[in-house]
Design a protein around this ligand. Structure first.
Ligand SMILES: Cc1cc2nc3c(=O)[nH]c(=O)nc-3n(C[C@H](O)[C@H](O)[C@H](O)COP(=O)(O)OP(=O)(O)OC[C@H]3O[C@@H](n4cnc5c(N)ncnc54)[C@H](O)[C@@H]3O)c2cc1C
Length: 486
């Protein structure tokens, strides 16, 4: 690719000069048209202001005229930091995206480095509390593992520990056989792993990682899970990636990321309809009866994109986008520690709760004091799907998030992402094109940018240190009295 240029500021040689140059170099007419087209600044509409849409806007605004439509009253999507004022203390607490690491988030880290975002190490650990059996343990050392000392002699618990090691071996073997494409449930039936391991470790862990109900996790392709665990060093005790968080909350990277295109963001503007013609794209929202663009990028979720397109969706759009179903999860920020294990020794940064009358949803509580190193008299927690068990007086904010659920069809659909880039003046990005995490959002946007930019999309550019208006990136500010519903 050519060196980075900004076509908006530097139009470069004239069109005729370029044509002469191309004819002398005997480049085909098709290539000439493609190169001339790609060097023309386009008006690009981006639908969705999560990490995927923001990354796309950040790179594309170097050459094109971007407008970002966001349905919510803040940018960031699942990056959603809440400023809490409680009993004289003020904290910025993350309620969505929290952690990343340098090993498995290379493109996201590149962005953070380019934006010079201060980050800090965090501690990742996992606990399980089962209301029916009373079992509690945390995987953060012997003290947490045997938080209940009676487990030293508990045979069921020994089976659980033994099968953690056995699963690591089986998963490594499975990854060597490319034809082994079975679900988690089929894998367990085949390998006779213990019920204790399944119920009190493997299903809670998978359900927590992908925020999906445990029975849906049973339908995940086991190869996908094993690959993810291997990639994240979860199949061995050593060589695990060092996890990090953004100092002062994840909104701090959003604040800097949006600086170059801040005036092009339209908050509270859900796109309702998109019409495509050979000449352009028309975007319809409540406030606009059809605004014209050259190209549209759907950076919202796949099911949301399909709803917006309605009857406009082409057969490949319908086929590929419907391969990624989503699961609804309610997240509550609160200070009620009753959802954590009874024994403090079993408190971890991620705490999975198996209620007696178990609806099967992922009920997981992130201990934000551990994850974000908050120094407070209170324990700030974010609980997914445990709302009914929380003391309403200790709730601070509530949000609804949707996570992609992975099926055995997923990898075939993901392998065809290129088909939906520059397809009828439309491209798609979103974390669902990968494992559902931040790196996947950045990577999918980056893939789209590579096609829509003449220059190298990932060339770092320096921004000044201007901090934008709080309405954009200050996001939510709440206190106990201002309990927030979203
Ligand atoms: C509680 C929670 C914790 C998580 N923790 C982590 C973590 O620690 N690390 C990690 O890597 N990942 C984490 N994730 C995963 C997270 O989902 C991804 O990392 C990533 O943020 C998803 O980005 P996205 O751009 O694909 O989607 P989103 O962030 O959901 O962005 C989509 C955007 O599209 C907007 N939109 C939808 N419809 C329209 C419309 N019609 N018009 C305009 N805008 C529209 C939405 O409002 C939203 O802002 C977490 C997710 C949740 C919910």
């Amino acid at each position: 690719m050519a060196a980075a240029t900004n076509c908006l500021n530097d139009p470069g040689p004239s069109v005729w000069a370029r044509c002469r140059e191309f004819s002398q170099r005997r480049i085909s007419t098709f290539t000439v048209v493609a190169i001339l087209k790609i060097n023309q600044p386009m008006r690009i509409a981006i639908i969705g202001g999560g990490i995927s849409g923001l990354t796309a806007a950040y790179y594309l605004c170097r050459e094109h005229d971007v407008t970002l439509f966001e349905a919510a009253d803040y940018v960031g999507g699942h990056t959603n930091t809440v400023e809490v004022n409680l009993d004289g203390e003020t904290h910025s607490v993350d309620t969505g995206f929290i952690v990343y690491n340098r090993r498995t988030y290379p493109l996201f880290c590149r962005l953070l480095d380019e934006l010079e975002i201060p980050t800090q190490p965090t501690s990742m650990s996992f606990s399980v509390r089962c209301e029916r059996t009373g079992l509690e343990y945390a995987g953060n050392g012997l003290n947490g593992l045997f938080a209940q000392r009676s487990n030293i002699w508990n045979r069921g618990f020994h089976r659980l520990l033994r099968d953690i090691l056995r699963f690591s071996r089986l998963a490594s073997r499975l990854l060597e056989d490319p034809d082994d494409n079975i679900t988690v449930g089929e894998f367990f039936a085949r390998e006779h792993l213990s019920e204790e391991f399944l119920a009190h470790y493997f299903l809670p862990l998978g359900s927590a990682v992908w925020s999906c109900p445990r029975n849906r996790f049973m339908d995940f392709p086991v190869r996908f899970v094993a690959e993810f665990y291997r990639h994240h060093g979860m199949l061995n005790l050593r060589d695990r990636p060092a996890w990090r968080v953004i100092v002062g909350g994840s909104r701090n990277y959003v604040r800097k990321l949006i600086q170059p295109f801040q005036d092009k963001i339209r908050l509270r503007t859900p796109v309702e309809k998109v019409l495509r013609t050979p000449d352009g794209v028309q975007i319809f929202s409540e406030t606009s009866g059809g605004e014209s663009f050259d190209h549209v990028i759907f950076a919202c979720h796949s099911d949301q994109a399909l709803r917006i397109l309605g009857g406009e969706a082409s057969p490949p759009e319908r086929e590929l986008l419907s391969a990624f179903p989503y699961e609804r999860n309610v997240a509550v920020l609160h200070t009620d520690t009753s959802v954590l294990p009874h024994s403090r020794r079993a408190w971890a940064s991620w705490n999975y709760f198996l209620p007696e009358n178990d609806p099967g949803k992922a009920t997981v509580t992130y201990d934000m004091n551990i994850l974000q190193r908050l120094d407070s008299r209170h324990v700030f927690c974010v609980t997914l799907n445990g709302e009914d068990r929380l003391d309403p007086r200790q709730m601070i904010a509530r949000f609804t998030y949707h996570h992609p659920v992975f099926t055995t069809e997923r990898s075939a659909a993901q392998a065809r992402h290129a088909e939906l880039i520059e397809h009828r003046r439309t491209s798609y990005c979103g974390a669902y094109w990968g494992n559902g995490f931040h790196e996947d959002g950045v990577r999918s946007a980056w893939t789209v940018c590579q096609e829509l930019l003449a220059s190298d999309a990932t060339q770092p550019s320096r921004n000044d240190n201007h901090v934008p208006h709080a309405n954009f990136a200050g996001m939510h500010s709440v206190n106990r009295r201002g309990f927030r519903h979203a």
